[in-house]
Design a protein around this ligand. Structure first.
Ligand code: KG4
Length: 340
């Protein structure tokens, strides 16, 4: 099916056209500079950004895909989780378009988008894959707003087997980066600086080692970062790199130790990973090693653009969902991944 996917869950205004699992276009607009001035996303400004950009982003998605409204078979929109004042903009637009062009409307869970984004393919690639090659799968979602381990026997059936009790992993990268004066979002800069850090110079404690479960906690790493930074009268570039490396090692170790609990006693055919933090090559390498040790194949989104928020993953999920009536859409709560 040819589906238009819309996502306005956070700061990015995203629209994409996807045919089955093939991306025909994937357009994104974000007022990053505005948010950078405030050191994080300001919900009111994010909403204004969506209002400003939504029409042009959708038009560009159609234009780049060389697709007309007649060819669109359904419209998919993120129903949550996310900032409600931002979600509203995408949902209202999707409803208007569904009515105007008489298209079915499909409500999608943003986290299901991240989870299944590994299935998306650029136009130039066409791999023939069977879903039964991947499922049952263990999903890892590591983004700016969410961190979860999800057992997925098949598409549409999800059990959260572990999740963060406080901050998300990406949020932790951003907050520690902010303490180091690295701007927003800081994940990528932390990764770059960590490459020149001296191994073992700064050691962060790995959280929740005494708790034998797959739940995670990232807020202690922020406090640890604060204590470590306080000890330096001034921070040289090398100090920042050493701290960035120490942090990256500990946060990844925490993820791996909890993943070990999440996968225990589960028969899975694959580990699938989604969310912005998987842009990080150190995290990716450690996950690959973990999967190799478990003798389980691991899959990541095809490009970095598909790791962070995008409309293509929303259109993809919709390929596997029933459309819903517009009256019902109003009654749906903001989604958690294990809710239908
Ligand atoms: O998936 P995403 O767009 O967020 C949500 O849907 O919530 O991912 C954004 C997050 C930010 O926290 C950003 O700092 C983090 O992904 N991120 C990274 C890297 N690139 C992006 N974190 C660590 N290393 C990176 N290279």
């Amino acid at each position: 099916m040819i589906i238009l996917g819309i996502d306005t869950s956070f700061d990015d205004t995203a629209a994409a056209i996807v045919k089955d699992t093939t991306i025909l276009s994937n357009v994104l607009s974000t007022d990053l500079a505005t948010h950078q001035d405030y050191g994080g996303v300001v919900p009111r400004l994010a909403r204004e950004g969506h209002e400003k950009h939504i029409n042009s982003v959708i038009e560009l998605a159609l234009k780049r895909a060389h697709i007309t409204w007649e060819e669109i078979e359904a419209i998919a929109v993120t129903r949550g989780p996310g900032l409600s004042i931002c979600l509203e903009i995408g949902i209202a637009k999707a409803k208007d378009l569904a009515i105007k062009y008489s298209k079915p409307l499909i409500a999608v869970n943003h986290l299901e988008g991240h989870l299944l984004s590994f299935l998306l393919e650029p136009k130039t690639i066409h791999k023939q894959h069977e879903l039964s090659d991947f499922f049952p799968a263990l999903g890892i979602i590591i983004s700016g707003g969410n961190t979860q381990f999800v057992y997925a026997p098949k598409i549409g059936t999800y059990e959260i087997v572990g999740e963060t009790r406080d901050d998300a992993m990406g949020e932790c990268f951003d907050k520690v980066g902010r303490m180091l004066g690295l701007g927003y979002p800081a994940g990528k800069v932390v990764e770059v600086l960590a490459k020149t850090g001296i191994p073992g110079k700064v050691i962060f404690p790995v959280p929740m080692r005494q708790i034998k479960s797959a739940d995670m906690s990232f807020s202690g790493l922020k406090t640890a970062a604060m204590r470590i930074i306080e000890k330096y009268p001034t921070l040289s570039k090398q100090d920042i790199s050493d701290i960035a490396l120490g942090f990256q090692v500990a946060v990844t170790q925490h993820l791996l130790e909890k993943l070990d609990f999440a996968i225990q006693n589960r028969e899975v055919k694959s580990i699938v990973v989604g969310g912005g933090v998987i842009c990080n090559m150190f995290v990716r390498k450690q996950l690959r090693k973990f999967a190799k040790k478990q003798s389980v194949p691991i899959y990541f989104p095809y490009t970095k653009k598909l790791c962070t928020d995008n409309g293509a993953m929303i259109a993809l999920v919709a390929q596997y969902k029933e459309s819903i009536s517009q009256e019902n859409l109003d009654r749906l709560p903001i989604f958690r991944l294990d809710q239908k």
